[in-house]
Every structure is written in C-alpha cells, then in structure tokens.
Design a protein around this ligand. Structure first.
Ligand code: NAP
Length: 516
C-alpha cells in the first residue's frame, strides 16, 4: 500500500516542494539534513531565488540587515553592506543551492498548476503546466506571498503608447535617460526605484495613493578588521547573527497598541524630518501619513525625501483613475504626461497559493476554504489538506525582525511533521478543525492587540478587512509554538489500497491521470 513506510525510512517518503526562494530552499535543506532525500522541487523560473531573482529593478536591496536576512547555517561573512543588494542576495541563494547540493532535486521552468489529495492512496497528485502528473506523500508549498505582480485594473491600461512595466518585471531594454517617467505607488519598491532613477530621467512623477512612514536606513559597512574577524571565525559570525537577531527582537512590542506613546513620539519626529526636506506645504501634506506608524510596512530610506525635493521630481497624492495614450489621469482629475510608466503597485499578496488549484479531502478546494481570507495553523497547515505544508503562509509575515528566522522554524516544523508520518508507518496527518479554530481565535485576539488591525493601507489586510499577512507576536513566540509537531492536534489515517494496486514512485509520469 502506498504510504506505508518502515519506521525510520525518511528516504522513502516522497516530498514535493513548490518554489525555490528562501522558503523552498529552507525546507529542502532542513529535510535533506534529516535524511529526506526523496525530494522533488519545482521552480517555474530558470533559477532559484524567488523574489530576489525577480525584483531586478534599479536600487533593489534588502531593508533587513543581511547577517540576519540569511540562513543561520549559511552565514556569509562578507556582505558588501549591512543591507545586501538584490544581486548579492541572489548570488547568495545560488551559492546556498550549490553548497547544499539542491540542484539535483530541482526542475526549473516547471510550474505546478494543481495538486489533489488522493484519499484512496494517501498521496498528492501534482499537476505541472506540461500536463504531467507527479505523485508525492507530502507537499510543501513555498510560493511566497509576493511572487505575483499586481497592476491595478484601471481602464485604458493597454492604450498607453510607451513602455509600461511592473517593478518586479523590470524591462532593462528601456533606456530611461531623458525620459518623462511616471511611477505609480510609493511602497517599498518605489522608494528604492525613485531615488535610483531620478538623476537619469528628465521628469519623474510619483503617483501615490497613500504615503508611507519612511525612516532612516543605517549605512553601516563593516570595517576591514570586523570583516577579517567575521571571515575567519565562524563563532564570531554566529555571535554577530544572534546579537543582531536579539536586538531586532526588542522591536516587536512596538506594534502593540500599548506602545502608542513611543509611536506618537516617532511620528512626531518623522513629521519633522519630512518638513525639513520638503518645503512646499502641498508636497509635505501629500508625503505625510495620517495613520499609525507600523500598522503597515515601515520603509527605510535616506534618499526618498531628498529625491522628492528635487525640481524635476513631483509627488501627486492621488490614485490612478485611467490610463491614456500619453500618460494617465488621476482620481482627482489631473493629467500626468509621461513616456514610461512603472507600476510599483505591489503583489497579489492576500491570494496566497492563488492560481494553483489545490483540492484536499472530500474534494474541498483551498480557494473555497479561503474565500474570505487565508488561514492556516501557524501559517503552515490547513484542516482538510493532509500532508500539505506551507512556507511563509498566512499570518507569518513580520516587520520587526527577519523573516528567514521564521522560515527556518517552519522548515523544522515540516520536517518534524514528516518524521511523525514516518514514525506512524506512513499515511497522512490532517489538522483537526477544532485545533485550527482555537488557533485562529488566539491569533485574532493577539492581532487585535496590535496596530495591524487599524485598517491601514497596504497588503497586510485583504479586501474584506481581515489581516491575513501578519504574525502578531515575537519571533521567539513563533519558535516556541512551532518547536514540536504535536500529532495529537492532527487526525491520522491511512489510504486504502486502490484497485489498481501501488502508485508510481515520486517523479514518474502518469499521463493517464491527465483528466484530473
Ligand atoms: P506595496 O508595498 O504593496 O506598494 C504598492 C503601492 O502601490 C502602494 O503605494 C499602493 O498604494 C500603490 N497602489 C496600488 N494600487 C494603486 C492604484 N490603483 N493607484 C495608485 N496607487 C496604487 O508594493 P511594493 O512596493 O512592491 O512592496 C511589496 C512588499 O515587497 C513590501 O511590503 C515588502 O514586504 C517587500 N519588499 C521588500 C523589500 C526589501 O527591501 N526587503 C523591497 C521591496 C519590496 P496604497 O498604499 O494606497 O495601497
């Protein structure tokens, strides 16, 4: 019977991992290190890296310090600056894939379009865009929250005569020199792009629906001695990593409603910073948020306001109403003329596994279960979808510390879950609905104690006002909650022997299943 395993036979358990960004790599490394070698990873692009492969726009860099925005077991001693740039992070991830020998497991240019749990055989049947079906005992979805660019569906989008592209799909063939460029949006991507291209273009207009709080970004670069020590000593690298992590961990109480005074003081300070840089009262008004600091992403930049102060850079505080042949019209009726439009309008973040059709027990569809907003136990498992795990799933985003720490905890939780399957002699584990409901109640209670439920602009909240992105507690709390896979919280079952006998091993192609 498929799914029946001898205790301790980690190698036999077949696992499919979808995505090879930070999350997918974290899962694969954790599993390989614990003897799970029957892995298959699917990557729709031609290289690893996820968002760090895709977001190649000018100025792209991390806004979390790289020594903690990297794997704790693959610390890089020689980041060129505290906040690594896109190319450097992408190269780091490529090196990690090589160092941990993961490429043998990866099939590039291969997109997963659907996955269906077969209760008879206790197996996931995973459909690729080629029509091929692959089987696995367990499925790990590591497709990220920010992998599908979102361009607003305003009228006339195809009427624009010049080049127009999304920040995550930067068209490097377009020379911006001397062009009038319109940037739509002022989120984390836009505030890096605008300063990076400002001196190249003749006119730059930022069309901004809501302003963001933008704070100072440290420019710290390690001196030669610190670099030497970090390069030579693994222990020092580890200590540096831990110290930075602990330092950042102290920031999480700031999102609590109780930290109102600290936030008010910071808001007061940064209003002064805005006024110091921008002289035109209209621009000052447009650039100043009227909502609580930290209830959406806090942005880091030292050159955003100085760039907005430049003569040829204009900030327009309005949404986009429609696109016309030579520019766009804003919601307040202004015509912005331009040669190029760059949509810095974010990602379909709240749709999570979005276009991938995932069916669980009894044929339930994940998209139906999530129609009012994605939910998962610890952001990892969902009742009705046995042996399916998520990396960077619902409510696991954080603005106070590094997401990579959470990914490592999720990877360890997935690994422990798989070890339980092996120990139980195979079969499936399905989260109990009651456990899920109790967790969601706890989560909502904790979210209500934070500013994330303040109805701020941004992608942390879905269109129905539900906070689907954020983790409301500290990283250490997440580590504590994920430190063991409690099988009592899960139903356990075995598949039944199908009439057709055993199912193919992982990776074999069963074209007769195409009707799925
Ligand atoms: P984003 O933060 O979601 O910003 C999208 C921007 O587009 C917002 O200003 C939004 O306005 C605006 N917008 C959306 N629809 C619009 C419309 N119809 N008309 C006018 N404006 C519209 O997207 P992002 O800048 O790409 O960043 C997404 C996430 O990626 C970040 O939150 C962050 O987590 C990650 N990121 C990280 C880094 C890093 O350094 N680590 C760098 C870049 C991105 P509203 O605010 O009003 O919705």
């Amino acid at each position: 019977m498929r799914g029946t395993l001898r205790s301790g036979s980690n190698q036999r358990l077949s696992v499919v991992i979808v995505g090879t960004g930070f999350g997918g790599l974290a899962a694969a490394i954790e599993l390989r290190r614990h003897g799970f070698t029957n892995l298959q990873m699917f990557e729709r692009a031609e290289s690893v890296g996820g968002v760090w492969r895709d977001n190649q726009y000018p100025g792209a860099a991390c806004d979390v310090p790289s020594p903690i925005y990297s794997f704790s077991y693959a610390l890089k001693p020689d980041w060129s600056s505290l906040f690594g740039r896109q190319g450097e992070i992408q190269r780091y991830l490529e090196q990690v894939a090589d160092e941990f020998d993961l490429r043998q497991h990866i099939r590039f240019n291969c997109e997963v379009v659907a996955a269906k749990f077969d209760e008879v055989d206790a197996i996931w049947r995973i459909e690729l865009n080629s029509g091929e079906i692959v089987h696995a005992d367990a499925l790990v979805m590591a497709t990220g929250q920010l992998s599908r660019p979102k361009i607003p569906s305003v009228t006339g989008i195809d009427r624009f005569a010049g080049p127009a592209f999304h920040s995550a799909e930067w068209d490097h063939s377009v020379d911006l020199t001397g062009k009038r460029v319109i940037v739509v949006g002022s989120g984390a991507s836009a505030i890096q792009i605008v300063p990076a291209i400002a001196d190249q273009v003749s006119e730059l207009t930022v069309v901004q629906r809501s302003p963001n709080w933008v704070i100072r970004k440290s420019k710290r670069v390690h001196g030669p001695i610190a670099r030497f020590v970090l390069e030579k000593s693994r222990a020092m690298r580890k200590a540096h990593h831990i110290l930075l992590f602990v330092g950042y961990e102290f920031r999480w109480p700031l999102v609590s409603r109780r930290a109102k005074l600290i936030r008010l003081a910071s808001e007061w300070w940064y209003r002064r910073v805005i006024r110091a840089h921008l002289k035109d009262p209209k621009v000052v008004r447009a650039a100043t948020p009227d909502y609580t600091m930290l209830c959406n992403r806090l942005l880091l930049s030292n050159d955003w306001y100085p760039t907005l102060a430049k003569q040829h850079v204009h900030l327009v505080g309005s949404a986009v109403d429609r696109v016309v042949e030579d520019g766009l019209i804003t919601a307040d009726g202004r015509f912005i003329e331009g040669d190029v439009i760059v949509w810095c309008t974010g990602f379909k973040a709240s749709e999570f596994l979005g276009p991938i059709r995932i069916s669980g027990r009894g044929g339930i569809e994940l998209n139906d279960v999530w129609r009012h907003g994605a939910e998962a136990y610890l952001g990892i498992t969902v009742p009705g979808f046995p042996n399916m795990f998520m990396m960077f799933g619902p409510n696991t985003n954080s603005i106070t510390n590094s997401i990579v720490f959470l990914l490592e905890r999720q990877a360890a939780y997935v690994r422990r879950g798989l070890q339980q399957i092996v120990c139980a002699g195979g079969g499936w584990f399905d989260l109990k609905s009651l456990e899920h409901e109790q967790f969601q109640e706890w989560l909502q209670e904790k979210l209500n104690e934070t500013v994330f439920t303040d109805s701020c602009p941004g992608w942390y909240t879905n269109s129905e006002g539900k906070v689907t992105a954020m983790w409301p507690m500290s990283h250490l709390t997440y580590a504590r909650k994920t430190r063991r896979f409690d099988s009592a919280k899960y139903d356990h079952g075995f598949g039944q022997v199908s009439s057709s006998g055993d199912v193919d091993a992982l990776g074999t192609v069963d074209r007769s299943l195409r009707e799925h």
